[in-house]
Design a protein around this ligand. Structure first.
Ligand code: CAA
Length: 368
């Protein structure tokens, strides 16, 4: 029922704008409004904090169905989970109450600020500092590749509070867009997910109350990693949705397109390609849903499962969307058809929330 409901909404209210959102590299405002109106923008927020209390699998299904028509729009529910999960996992009761209510209501989105210009895969090598000053912390630094930066009201920011301790000297904070000293860089000019702004976040003497720290001092890196264990599964969901969208479109096209006097779907070479695409998507979906169940239960092998699902599903998304372009031939290579957008959008899923090379490091260190 959830899938059917999200699919009809996505097809009616989000899909019609997907090409323009990509072409004009503009935020999918229509999608945000439709998702908020239907309580689908941050379904993971627990009921006790005013949310819908969707479990990890339901959240995956929402993201998958939105991504099937518009990957940029699927970053709304996905990044709302990524940005707010540190608070849900490790924040005080006060922080949860304060920030989950506006998120659930649709009054403010959440972004996640871990990466920096010189700290991508090596996240613990960050330089952004937080220095204690009485009842406040003062933050200085630059965060890069921040999804939905500028659009979000709230930011989970990881910063160094003790430079001598590397990962154990990193703490997490909630920073608000309206805090003095917060500003944003120009939107990055990207290959895909053009509707989702990716910008730097500048922290210039941002002075925030000490109770905005998430969890204990020095636990920020562990919180950031625990968050990714859960949310890499949402990237797998996004990849899965993009791949399904490309397969669905290609499946229709090959039945319409005639060459040598018959639909190209009648050629076995085409049929084999479609069969492989469907088979890979089925495998990615099984892995992703299994990881979502592990996330919900908090299984001991979640770190492995999240990395495996994200890595596998994103590789599948790249393969399937590339094959979809192939099936449409020259038409697939133009912006008159959606599959080239899907191919460009798929690429990011192999990169963000940790490159697929990092996923293999994570899997190797946490073999089941
Ligand atoms: N759960 C809990 N704690 C964890 C953890 C986990 N999964 N992983 C690490 N930690 C904690 C542990 O306390 C560990 O200390 P111990 O050794 O005492 O256990 C400490 O962190 C340090 O861990 P590592 O020694 O493994 O740290 P490392 O420096 O070797 O880095 C890494 C590990 C896996 C490479 C990590 O840096 C990483 O995941 N890098 C990729 C970063 C990434 O995914 N960035 C994505 C940015 S967000 C994004 O893309 C969002 C977007 O826009 C949509």
């Amino acid at each position: 029922m959830l899938r059917d409901a999200v699919r009809s909404l996505a097809e009616a209210k989000i899909a019609p704008h997907a090409a323009a959102v990509d072409e004009e590299a503009r935020f999918p405002r229509e999608a945000l409004e439709a998702l908020v109106a239907n309580d689908l923008h941050a379904v993971h927020v627990p009921e006790e904090y005013g949310g819908s209390g969707a479990d990890a699998l339901a959240t995956v299904i929402v993201i998958e169905e939105v991504a099937r028509v518009c990957a940029s729009s699927s970053l709304i529910p996905a990044v709302n989970k990524l940005g707010s999960l540190p608070v849900i996992l490790s924040g005080s009761e006060e922080l949860k109450k304060k920030y989950m209510a506006p998120l659930a209501k649709g009054d403010g989105m959440f972004s996640y600020c871990l990466s920096e210009p010189d700290a991508g895969s090596d996240a613990a090598g960050m330089k952004t500092k937080a220095v204690r000053d009485g009842d406040f912390w003062v933050l200085n630094g630059v965060k890069r590749w921040i999804t939905n930066a500028g659009e979000s009201e709230f930011y989970t920011v990881m910063a160094v509070t003790d430079p001598s301790k590397r990962s154990k000297g990193i703490s997490a904070f909630v920073v608000e867009k309206s805090d003095e000293g917060v500003s944003f860089g120009a939107p990055e000019k990207k290959l895909g997910i053009k509707g989702s702004p990716t910008r730097e976040v500048y922290l210039d003497n941002v002075r925030i109350p000490a109770d905005r720290m998430i969890g204990e001092e020095g636990t920020g890196f562990a919180t950031a990693m625990k968050t990714l264990d859960h949310t890499r599964i949402t990237i797998a969901a996004q990849a899965l949705g993009i791949a399904q969208g490309a397969l669905d479109y290609a499946k229709g096209y090959v039945q319409e397109r005639k060459q040598f006097g018959k639909p190209i779907a009648d050629f076995q070479g085409i049929q084999f390609m479609l069969a492989d695409m469907a088979m890979k998507i089925s495998a990615a979906r099984a892995l992703t849903y299994q990881a979502a169940a592990a996330s919900e239960r908090g299984d001991a092998d979640l770190t492995y499962q999240g990395a495996a699902a994200k890595c596998f599903a994103s590789d599948v998304a790249m393969e399937v969307t590339t094959d979809a372009v192939q099936l449409l031939g020259g038409y697939g290579y133009t912006r008159d058809y959606p599959v080239e957008r899907m191919m460009r959008d798929a690429k990011i899923t192999q990169l963000y929330e940790g490159t697929n090379q990092i996923q293999r490091i994570v899997m190797a260190r946490n073999l089941p």
